[in-house]
Design a protein around this ligand. Structure first.
Ligand SMILES: [Zn+2]
Length: 125
């Protein structure tokens, strides 16, 4: 259940960002997750609510953006998407080099941004 460890990491990082600020509540957390990361999105949201219970991020909505696998050709530098299960996509469309590339995207796991609501400012007369 590695989602649990990832979610803990996200909640810790988010709370660290808002600690000591005038943030009243974290309303949304935007994540970028590569398709190579084997996570179940629906599962992540439930875990997030569970882990964040009792904190400023308790009601935050988890917004997940998935990034496809792309590779960079070692021969010509072309960046193109591949399907790991379909060998016909392992050929560079630019120079036709076969399976001569490095992974460019698809393994990301990062927090893009967080949305927050701030405490109302009390003006003293
Ligand atoms: Zn190429």
């Amino acid at each position: 259940m590695h989602e649990m460890a990832l979610v803990h990491q996200v909640v810790d990082t988010v709370l660290e960002q808002v600690r000591g600020t005038d943030v009243a509540e974290v309303t949304a957390v935007h994540l970028t997750i590569g398709v190579g990361r084997d996570v179940i999105e629906d599962y992540m949201s439930g875990l997030f609510s569970f882990v964040a219970r009792g904190t400023a991020a308790e009601h935050a909505q988890l917004v997940i953006r998935r990034v496809p696998y792309t590779v960079r050709c070692n021969q010509c530098g072309e960046i193109f998407p591949i399907n790991v299960r379909d060998s016909s996509t392992w050929v560079c469309p630019q120079c036709e080099a076969v399976k001569d590339y490095r992974l460019f995207s698809g393994m990301e796991f990062m927090i893009d941004s967080i949305s927050v609501s701030r405490r109302p400012v009390t003006l003293s007369a």
